[in-house]
Design a protein around this ligand. Structure first.
Ligand SMILES: Cc1cc2nc3c(=O)[nH]c(=O)nc-3n(C[C@H](O)[C@H](O)[C@H](O)COP(=O)(O)O)c2cc1C
Length: 243
């Protein structure tokens, strides 16, 4: 894993790990409101005024985010593991997922080199191990050993799965969309899911994974992580039912 040596030199790139001291649930003035308030009582700011701080603001407003624990291997077979919360499902057909590397990191380089990656599900109980794998270790370090994790072979791709994780999406690289070559430029990595593995105990009676059992952790504002909270099932409205 490679990061700029001086975090302060690239505050936006460090934004996934940095960005404030307040914990979950705490509100109030930050003391750094930045650009002004309007008469409507809203804090407003143009992107240009915020500069690199915009990235931290976006992380607060686009939250919580699921965390993809990305396992890859380099050309020589050395495994790599790192969390990415700029992650989502990107298409149903074809079945695509995407994660974004802020700057060119090892997960991106390995996915490009081998054409494969695995998205491992992050349960709350593993959050400290996941965090450990975000360390800016050199590329030859295998974060599985670093974080005392066990790897298990994937079914369809070379990067191993995290044995302790309750679910995995094995992916083949489809595209990398790069938005510049600055230290904090985004490189959106798109992969097609070719195989799925879920702990038998995490499968519900309806044949779908049970999110309550997966107990997924999410990334929120600043340095904060959040656990699955309350949920409710809500049917979508159908126009046909109203006419
Ligand atoms: C919860 C969490 C989410 C993160 N999300 C991202 C992300 O979406 N993109 C990114 O580039 N870095 C993200 N990071 C930081 C990377 O994990 C970190 O830079 C890591 O060293 C990259 O590893 P690699 O060089 O092996 O790919 C995140 C870190 C944490 C703890």
């Amino acid at each position: 894993m490679s990061e700029p040596a001086d975090p302060a030199a690239h505050p936006a790139q460090q934004g996934h790990e940095q960005g404030g001291q307040r914990g979950p649930g705490q509100t109030g003035q930050t003391g750094q409101r930045g650009p002004g308030q309007t008469g409507h009582g809203r804090w407003e700011a143009g992107a240009a005024e915020l500069g690199r701080r915009l990235y931290l603001v976006m992380n607060c407003l686009v939250a919580p985010r699921p965390i993809a624990w990305i396992s890859t291997v380099d050309a020589g077979g050395v495994a790599n593991l790192a969390p990415h919360s700029f992650f989502t499902v990107a298409s149903a057909d074809p079945p695509l997922v995407q994660f974004t590397s802020i700057g060119r990191k090892d997960s991106l380089r390995n996915a490009e080199a081998t054409g494969e990656f695995v998205v491992n599900v992050v349960p709350w109980r593993l959050r400290l191990a996941v965090n450990e794998t975000s360390i800016d270790a050199p590329p030859y370090i295998d974060e599985f050993s670093l974080a005392d994790l066990t790897s298990e072979p994937s079914a369809a791709v070379r990067p191993p799965r995290v044995a302790q994780s309750p679910g995995a999406l094995e992916c083949r690289l489809v595209a990398v969309h790069s938005y510049g070559d600055r230290p904090a430029s985004g490189h959106v990595v798109v992969g097609q899911v070719v195989h799925v593995a879920v702990d038998a105990g995490a499968m519900a009676a309806d044949g779908l994974p049970d999110l309550r059992v997966l107990d997924s952790a999410t990334r929120g504002d600043r340095m904060n992580w959040y656990r699955m909270g309350e949920g409710e099932s809500i049917e979508r409205p159908r126009w046909a039912d109203r006419s």
